[in-house]
Structure formats: structure tokens, C-alpha cells
Design a protein around this ligand. Structure first.
Ligand code: SME
Length: 152
């Protein structure tokens, strides 16, 4: 099980580190758990575009996603986390890899402001449960706290 508290503690200690490094560290700490965290990335919101900042896993062409499109952009448009047990069952899904079966997207916020998303893809169907949602939320909240004041 992902230890969101441990990752969060590490990120919260990085208040003086460059924001890029904080984002990279979060991705690294999640991806190093291995399956089901097969692809881990963080997109940051710039206007109405989610721009891929850092990822680990197979390269993707989806480096920019419009708000309202894909699982990532839908999560932002609906202002809520999305846990999709079967990516092929949702019509807004944007395929990044043919292997992906399930996906979870957790909002990074500073108060009401959405800074971006943590996006995790798994090759296993229905890979993410409520525990994963809760642990990823801890990581996202730490990112919001550390990055919020430093992102325009
Ligand atoms: N599947 C995502 C696109 C990004 S890839 O997973 C890397 C989506 O539908 O937003």
C-alpha cells in the first residue's frame, strides 16, 4: 500500500527546494511502488491546459490535455478526483498506452484553486481502491501546500 503520509512528510520538508524537484520527487516516490502504479505523472494547470510536468513509465504523446477532455481534464472540469476502474468504459478516456486498464486522477489544490493533477495508470483492471484514493490525496494535499504559494 502506498504510504501517502510518508511521501507527504518528505514533500513538506522540501519547502525551499525548486518546485520542479518537488514535482519530480512526488512522481518518483509513487512510481517506485511498482504495480499497480505502472505510469505516474503530474500535469500542472496552465490556463485551460493541463501540461505534463513529470512522469515515470512509458512515454506519452499526451503532454497537453484540455480541461474537460480525458480523465484528467474531466476531473479538473468537475473539480473532483476520478477513479476509473475500466478506462474503456468511459467515452472521455484518452488512451496513453494500449496496456492501460484503469486510471486514477487526484486533484492538486491550494484551497479552491486547482494547480494540477496526479495521474496514475495501471495495466490491471480496477487497480485502485479507496485506500489508494486516500493515500494519493495525502500526497496531492502536500503538493498543494508546498507548490501553491510558488506557482503563479
Ligand atoms: N488517460 C489520460 C491521458 C493521459 S495518459 O494516461 C498518460 C486521460 O484520459 O486524461
Amino acid at each position: 500500500m502506498l504510504n501517502g503520509q510518508k511521501i507527504s512528510d518528505e514533500l513538506l520538508e522540501m519547502v525551499d527546494a525548486p518546485p520542479d524537484l518537488v514535482v519530480q520527487r512526488a512522481v518518483q516516490r509513487i512510481h517506485e511502488y511498482g504495480a499497480p502504479f505502472d505510469w505516474a505523472g503530474i500535469y500542472l494547470l496552465s490556463g485551460d491546459l493541463l501540461v505534463l510536468h513529470s512522469f515515470l513509465g512509458l512515454p506519452t504523446d499526451l503532454t497537453r490535455i484540455r480541461v474537460g477532455e480525458g480523465v484528467c481534464g474531466t476531473a479538473v472540469a468537475e473539480r473532483r478526483d476520478l477513479n476509473v476502474p475500466d478506462v474503456n468504459a468511459v467515452d472521455y478516456y484518452l488512451a496513453c498506452s494500449a496496456e492501460t486498464r484503469s486510471e486514477i486522477v487526484v486533484l492538486i489544490r491550494q484551497g479552491e484553486r486547482i494547480l494540477g493533477v496526479i495521474d496514475i495508470d495501471s495495466d490491471a483492471p480496477a487497480a485502485f481502491g479507496e485506500d489508494d484514493e486516500r493515500e494519493l490525496r495525502r500526497v496531492a494535499d502536500a503538493l498543494g501546500e508546498v507548490l501553491g504559494p510558488r506557482l503563479r
